[in-house]
Design a protein around this ligand. Structure first.
Ligand SMILES: Cc1cc2nc3c(=O)[nH]c(=O)nc-3n(C[C@H](O)[C@H](O)[C@H](O)COP(=O)(O)OP(=O)(O)OC[C@H]3O[C@@H](n4cnc5c(N)ncnc54)[C@H](O)[C@@H]3O)c2cc1C
Length: 378
């Protein structure tokens, strides 16, 4: 049987960024293997919207608010290091981000949420640099676009951005391999068995491995591997659909929650949420709703051609916060499952990897205990 120090099952952004951190924090002295079976139904690390945001997150969960803010603070350095190390430009644009409001009621509701998250952050000494803009200020934010008549303003922060998800995943995996990590694509793990010597046997389509630690970061594939060991991941599938337009000269440099323009000129339009099990299809109704929402925000988008669309399935938890958990009764078996895995990617390398290695890390590592799967089983 092959012997590995740490096996990470699942090479999406969560598993890949954690594996990168594992190699960084051990300076290549630990043999790390990252496996991914490349399931077509699990492509959310490629099919997401690419926002690196903290705004709106953690309204009822201050620990999660802190966690998201910590992640976005790390993003500019994280992207710079990835680019220096791998040559991949992840296309991070740190131009802020906005959530629009239609009419006075929506504006008031966004303002209320800014106030309540701001208050929660103040109690724990955390800044929350988010403000409400009126219609004129929102128009000034996007001087090359014309706002629709119904837009009353927006919630805005200058301290977040957006990236290219495909390039991010490629860069993280490339940096991991450059650091001495091993990656095996097209390989499925089918079972994890605790051994008498305290290690684990991982059965895969490329043979069996004996491992000192195992990290299951397999998104919706976590349940298949962990249920036989008595752990039921508290995640459910939620589909999101994204539409892409043809390329146009760059006019929108600040991403909005439901519309952003990429540096190469396409507009991405999204924001649907549906409970559809693992169906990654797209529907005319969601396309219609998303397109009409985008056109109400920026009427000129009506002139564009819509060229493609896809669906991807979020791994949602009931409270929206991530799961980082030691699997019950198994000191060296870990589970990672999360929404907002792009925004949180820097923390996987800087904080979650040292937690798995049981070594001290940057500030905030103690917050991880708040994100156990057990919080849903009380
Ligand atoms: C429409 C949409 C928009 C989104 N927008 C954003 C956004 O703007 N910003 C943001 O931060 N987040 C966003 N997200 C969420 C983000 O995409 C996810 O949080 C993130 O991709 C989760 O990554 P992951 O690695 O945990 O899971 P996954 O990407 O699902 O990776 C898990 C991997 O495990 C592999 N796997 C499963 N089982 C096995 C097995 N048995 N053996 C080997 N491999 C296995 C799968 O093939 C898969 O590649 C969005 C999601 C959706 C659906």
């Amino acid at each position: 049987m092959n012997s590995i120090d740490i096996m990470v099952i699942g090479g999406g952004i969560s598993g890949a960024a954690t594996a990168l951190g594992l190699t960084q924090h051990t300076n290549g002295s630990t043999k790390v293997m990252l496996l991914d079976e490349h399931l077509p139904s699990q492509r959310l690390s490629r099919g997401n919207f690419g926002l690196t945001w903290f705004m709106c997150k953690g309204a009822d969960n201050p620990t999660y608010a802190v966690w998201c803010r910590m992640a976005t603070r790390q993003w500019p350095d994280f992207a710079r290091e990835l680019e220096n190390q791998t040559g991949y430009a992840v296309e991070l644009e740190w131009n802020g981000g906005a959530v629009h409001a239609f009419g006075d009621d929506e504006w008031a509701s966004l303002a209320k949420s800014v106030e309540s998250i701001g208050e929660a952050c103040k109690k724990i000494d955390l800044d929350y640099p988010v403000k409400m803009l009126d219609r004129r200020q929102t128009q000034e934010l996007v001087p090359d676009m014309t706002l629709g008549e119904e837009v009353s303003g927006a919630m805005y922060t200058s301290e977040q951005g957006h990236i290219n998800p495909l390039k991010l995943l490629a860069a993280v995996r490339a940096a991991y391999i450059k650091n001495g990590g091993h990656f095996q694509g097209g390989t499925a793990a089918s079972g994890i068995t605790p051994l008498k010597n305290g290690r684990y046997k991982v059965e895969t389509s490329a043979g069996d491995y004996e491992c000192a630690k195992v990290v299951v970061a397999a998104g919706h594939g976590c349940a298949r591997l962990l249920q036989p060991l008595g752990e039921i991941p508290t995640i459910y599938p939620q589909r999101g659909q994204i539409m892409v337009t043809d390329r146009r000269p760059r006019r929108l440099t600040v991403p909005f929650l439901s519309v952003r323009q990429t540096p190469d000129g396409t507009y991405l339009i999204g924001l649907s949420t549906e409970n559809t099990a693992m169906d990654t299809g797209v529907t005319p109704q969601a396309m219609k709703n998303q397109a009409s929402n985008a056109i109400r925000l920026f009427p000129e988008l009506a002139k564009l051609n819509w060229v493609r669309a896809w669906g991807a399935i979020r791994a949602m938890t009931p409270d929206g916060a991530p799961i980082y958990s030691q699997v019950g009764g198994h000191e060296n078996l870990y589970m990672i499952a999360q929404h907002s895995g792009v925004s949180l990617a820097p923390l996987m390398a800087s904080n979650v990897a040292p937690w798995i290695l049981d070594t001290p890390s940057a500030e905030g590592q103690e917050l991880i205990t708040h994100f156990s799967n057990g919080r849903f089983h009380v």
